[in-house]
Design a protein around this ligand. Structure first.
Ligand SMILES: [Zn+2]
Length: 232
């Protein structure tokens, strides 16, 4: 994955925090190389913790507000140029038509003109992540204009860690050693998401995955991707 002044990197994520977990170091690397970076969030990340349909409490509103605040903090550290939040209910993306997600992604792509797109992979236990992957796949049909030349999937620790089979099989690695501390700084914004090790979504969990992906390609810290389609 190469970045320069002409790179327009679009991250299509299901929830605020996926951008840091999946590709925070890679975003920082792209920004340093002069890339323009946008993040499109398709849904919120709070409602799954509440009983289905019980979303009118003050607690829900407070937690939603907190998550947006955390996300603004992370997006600022990552120096994201533009972003858009979504309000689809967390872990209920199967309640929406795939077409509605596809059209939203298509419109964003048409306006932003990405050269590289990063999104979720389908080997996931989180249904929103899987559906996001499916929607990106449809939105990136190579029959349309503005389709990015490189499309990669990333992994989300926790929801990706708990998959039975098949598991994520990366073929592209980005050395993020130089950006590791900054990625963790962005991650620290999402304090409400961090748990104690051995829960995967913990500081030590993130370290462990980055080191594991690093040793797969001979560096200390890596983020791993799968090239879904490259056009050269
Ligand atoms: Zn997510």
């Amino acid at each position: 994955m190469n970045f320069n002044n002409n790179t327009r990197l679009l991250v299509v994520a299901a929830h605020p925090d996926d951008e840091v977990l999946g590709c925070g170091g890679t975003i920082l690397k792209a920004k340093e190389a002069g890339a323009t970076v946008a993040v499109l969030f398709l849904g919120e990340g709070i409602s799954a913790r509440f009983p289905i349909g019980k979303y009118d409490s003050q607690k829900f509103k407070n937690q939603t507000r907190q998550r947006i605040k955390e996300s603004h903090c992370a997006l600022e550290i990552l120096k994201i140029d533009q972003f858009q939040f979504g309000d689809r209910l967390c872990t209920q993306f199967d309640q929406y038509s795939l077409l509605s997600l596809v059209k939203e992604i298509e419109e964003y792509i048409s306006n932003f003109n990405p050269t590289i797109l990063l999104t979720h992979n389908e080997s996931e236990v989180n249904i929103d992540h899987k559906i996001t992957y499916n929607a990106v796949e449809v939105a990136c049909r190579p029959t349309r204009d503005s389709i990015p030349k490189e499309i990669y999937s990333f992994e989300i620790i926790c929801s990706g860690s708990f998959k039975f089979n098949p598991t994520f099989n990366p073929n592209t690695f980005v050395d993020i050693e130089k950006y590791w501390d900054k990625k963790m700084e962005a991650w620290s914004c999402y304090a409400s998401e961090n748990r104690e090790f051995p829960f995967p979504r913990s500081d030590k969990g993130l370290h462990t995955l980055a080191h594991y992906r690093g040793l797969e390609n001979g560096v200390k810290f890596s983020e791993a991707f799968r090239l879904e389609r490259g056009t050269y």
